[in-house]
Every structure is written in C-alpha cells, then in structure tokens.
Design a protein around this ligand. Structure first.
Ligand code: ADP
Ligand code: MG
Length: 331
C-alpha cells in the first residue's frame, strides 16, 4: 500500500442503511443487502470481502446506481443520488465507473478496441459541453493506452486478439476514459492467472497514485485485498460484520467470521496466533437468514445470546467496527 488516505471529513461516497430485496417466487423475499452503511473518503481503497452470495456485487451496483436500492440512501460527493432521475444522474456517471470480473462481457467482439474505449467519449459531452473532436478523441485514446500499458497498435485490433489480462487493461482504459473519481472493481482479477493478477493489481495501485482515484475493490483473495486496501469491509449475508483499517482487520480480526476467512487461506497472509477452525458448511439462504447473529450457525465461538440477540455493528476501542457480542480483540 502506498500513499495515505485523505482524512478530510467529507466522503466521496456514502451509503446509509442500504437495502436491496428481490422477490423470488412463492412470495418469498431475498434480502441481498440488509442495512449496509459505509463511507469512502477520497483516495481510499475500500476492500470488500466475503463468501460468494454475501451481497458484494449488489452493493457495488447499488452504490453506482446501476440498480435502484429498495431502501436507504446513497450520497455521492454530497449529492443524494438514491432516487435521482437518470437525466440528472448522467453527468455524475462520468465520475463513477465499474470494472467487472469477466473481461469479455463488456467488450463487443465485433468492434475494435479504439471504438470500444472511445465509446464513452462519444456518448458523454466534453467538459465545456458539445462533442469531442476526432483529434481530441484520438489523443485521449493514445493517452489511455499509455496509462494502462498497452501499445498504440492495440486500438486497431479486436477483443479476441488479447489475453485475459490485456483485456482487463482495455476495460480499465474504457472505465478511465472520462476521468472518473471513483472506480468500483468487482473481482477484476479473479479470473486471471496468479502471475497476471499481480500485474493488474499493480496497475490499479499505480493508477490510483497517478490519478488520485478512489476504489471500492471487491475480491475474495485476502492477499490481493491486503495488498491494495487502506480499509476493509467484511460482508456476511447482506450485512457488514467488520469494517476498519486493513491492517487491523486482516492482522487482528475482531469478528469470528473475519478470523475464519483468514484461517481458510492455505498460507495465511499473516500469522495471527490462535485462529478458529476453518468455516464449515455453506452460507445460509438470504431468504431465511438465521435469527440472532446471522453468523451464529457457523460461528466456532457461539454462545446462547448469539442465537437470539442480533449484534449491532459497533465501534470498538481501536476504532474499527464489528457486529459481534464477543469480539476477538479489544474490549
Ligand atoms: P456476491 O457478489 O457477494 O457473490 P451478490 O450481490 O451477487 O453476492 O448476491 C447476493 C444475493 O442476492 C445472492 O443470494 C444472490 O443470489 C441474490 N441476487 C443477486 N441478484 C439477484 C437478482 N437479480 N434476483 C434475485 N436474487 C439476486
Ligand atoms: Mg459478486
């Protein structure tokens, strides 16, 4: 991790009690997000971890208003965007971009890279209003190829001519075309070979330093999260169960779920002394989450109170937040 987060009081993006429910047949309701609050300051990298199905992608999409949350608020740079009509959201969309896991999905296979990366530049007006000239677009494309470490010749080629890692560079170039301030990266390296993963993570870090970007970086690989994050949020069944400085959360986890995720790594990123046994079983269904603490059915240190009394996310003495009656550190 390089650089320091900006400790100015105003977050770039904040969520308050965000909820997302889906109706899933026979009148059942699935709570993909069950009251998520967080804020990210300019220059921070918030790592978002948790097993598959915990709501990470849903949170990313709600924050960028790619889907409309069922309840709660999203505030971007001081503007409440929760219910902002698309017309008024559009200028703000330039400031918030997403990079996905599947490097192919966003790239039309029949179009050249130059076309694909230029698309946002053609769709959105130039900063002073009006359309960008061909020369302006060409100059910006050249700049973007340099930024993501691809040769200029790449612009004339097609998506299938590139490796997965190179295609992620193309997706990153496209996401950066309009000089966004916030990038939500949803498992952007999960589908890549390990050696390539490191290159792409390094690219994300360089770009953040160079351009002053703010990231929300979703990953299930804790080594990747540790490398890139300034803060870490741990999600379980649609809720944040631990949130704090990356060092504290990953070296001295307070929530038994965080500790279990760390213990599940074959070669733990960090040795933290006594770790609980790895997690057993699957995440319960978000259609019928357990009563009390949502993690109690899998918690190795569960006590009676946990089965009936849901713990609120509260601030521990060291400043991190955890939703546990019996946190592993710092009471
Ligand atoms: P993650 O990214 O952590 O794997 P997701 O945000 O994709 O989790 O999903 C959270 C939960 O919401 C899962 O149980 C998933 O099946 C459910 N879900 C996500 N999108 C939809 C949808 N459009 N309709 C119904 N259920 C959904
Ligand atoms: Mg996901």
């Amino acid at each position: 991790m390089t650089g320091l987060p900006d400790h100015s009081p105003s977050p770039l993006i904040a969520a308050q009690d965000l909820r997302m429910t889906y109706r899933v047949g026979r009148g059942q309701v699935l709570r993909a997000l069950d009251g998520v609050s967080l804020s990210v300051r300019p220059g921070e990298v918030l790592g978002l971890v948790g097993e598959s199905g915990c709501g990470k992608s849903t949170l990313g999409r709600c924050l960028l208003r790619l889907v409309q949350p069922s309840a709660g608020r999203v505030v971007f740079d001081g503007t409440d965007i929760t219910t902002l009509p698309e017309r008024r959201l559009r200028p703000l969309r330039q400031d918030m971009q997403m990079v996905f896991q599947d490097s192919y999905a966003a790239l039309n296979p029949r179009r050249r890279i130059g076309d694909l990366v230029a698309e946002p530049l053609r769709v959105h007006p130039a900063p002073g209003g009006g359309r960008r000239s061909r020369a302006d677009i060409a100059a910006r494309l050249a700049e973007l190829m340099d930024l993501v470490g691809l040769p200029q010749q790449a612009l004339a080629r097609y998506p299938h001519e590139f490796s997965g890692g190179q295609r992620q560079r193309i997706n990153i170039a496209r996401a950066l075309a309009l000089s966004p301030r916030l990038v939500v990266a949803d498992e952007p390296v999960a589908a890549l070979d390990v050696s390539i993963q490191a290159q792409i993570v390094n690219l994300f870090m360089d770009l953040r330093d160079q351009l002053g970007l703010t990231y929300i970086f979703v990953a299930h690989d804790l080594a990747v999260v540790r490398q890139i994050s300034t803060r870490v949020a741990v999600m379980y069944l649609g809720a944040i169960v631990e949130l704090g400085e990356a060092d504290a959360v990953l070296h001295r986890p307070a929530h038994p779920y965080t500790a279990a995720l760390i213990a599940a790594v074959p070669e733990p990123v960090v040795r933290t002394g006594d770790l609980p046994p790895p997690l057993r079983g699957d995440v319960p269904s978000p259609i019928a989450p357990p009563p009390g603490c949502r993690f109690h059915t899998r918690c190795p240190v569960v006590r009676d109170r946990c089965r009936v009394d849901p713990p609120a996310l509260r601030t521990l003495p060291d400043g991190r937040e955890a939703a546990c009656h019996y946190p592993l550190v710092g009471e």
